[in-house]
Ligand binder design. Sequence first.
Ligand code: PLP
Length: 382
Amino acid sequence: MDWDRKIDRQHSASLKWDGRKRLFGTEDVLPLWVADMDFAVPEAVQQALVDRAAHPVFGYTEADGAAERALCLWWSRRHGWLIQPEWIELAPGVVPSLYAAVHVFTHQGDGVLIQTPVYPPFFSAISDLGRRCVENPLILGEEGYRIDWEHFERVLPECRLFLLCSPHNPVGRAWTEPELRRMLQLCRLHGVQVVADEIHADLMLAGQKHVAAGGLGEPGIVVFVAPSKTFNIPGLGLSAVVIEDPNLRQRWRSWSKQHPVNLHNPFSLLAFEVAYTKGEHWLDALLPYLTANCDVVTEWLRGHQQGWVRGVPPQATYLYWLDFQALGLDGNALQATLIKAGVGLSQGRTFGLQGEGFMRLNFALPRAELIQALHYMDRLCP
Ligand SMILES: Cc1ncc(COP(=O)(O)O)c(C=O)c1O
């Protein structure tokens, strides 16, 4: 595993690389935006796909339960959560599942709680479907983001559903067990359904431990998981919805039955299973590299602390939430300035109002490239 190897992803239908012209107006930027990694997938995954591609027929797929079994073993080993295969529903992706959850667990006009800033589809799943976004803004302190508990409790009575992002994108918080317990208990008290998006669960930095919301003994939690972020296979699709409670599972199933979509294909199903069964060494080697890349950004920030860019190191994900508010630029001007400097980041404003003046930097790329990007950003130095 050579994480330092630069892989040319141009002309591979890569959103991150080939989408630059559309998004940034130029191909002359290092793209550090959308959340995939510039690293090769585990060799076993690639080999399995190559072998399957050598078979000349690509007919309909039959999932034989191997993917679900692999998922159960992975989650019990890595996160101590004992999932039963029958709790699992496969789904094409986590974003479609966010939309499905809003459909299944709420009605038009209902309030849906989110903790902002947050991954943009959390907003759109709610507003596109005619529900109301109820924001519980996270509070930024010197140590990073924390929950405004008084506000959380105050708004719960106007909500029917809570979309929890754990670990949190973009602020990189790995919620602690007491924080999670408190959120789940308060939701139970107020009859609010909890749906936890745990797509980043495996990407814990510097020895952090993910706490699985479904493993805390609180009944009725719906959890979205996937190998896509973990093993860098999001382009293939396929994720899972874990629902222990049989009644909720039944509700999910009957809605899905009325909204048929193709869940998987020969490649996505195979990659899902092989990643979880044969990808562990790869991930164990990746995490220290990501942690070291994160440290590079932290060191770079230290050189600028109190200055024009700030940030608190993420505990999880390969995303760094950078605060450029001191530059006094609005989102578009900030984006234009960064593009001119040679980098393409995710614009903070798309993560909610609190994101104005912020940018999200994806540090899952070879270290030399990351350092290059940071040098480019030094051009912003007033
Ligand atoms: C919190 C979160 N949920 C979901 C997704 C995307 O999930 P999918 O590609 O399975 O639709 C992302 C991608 O960045 C994410 O950060």
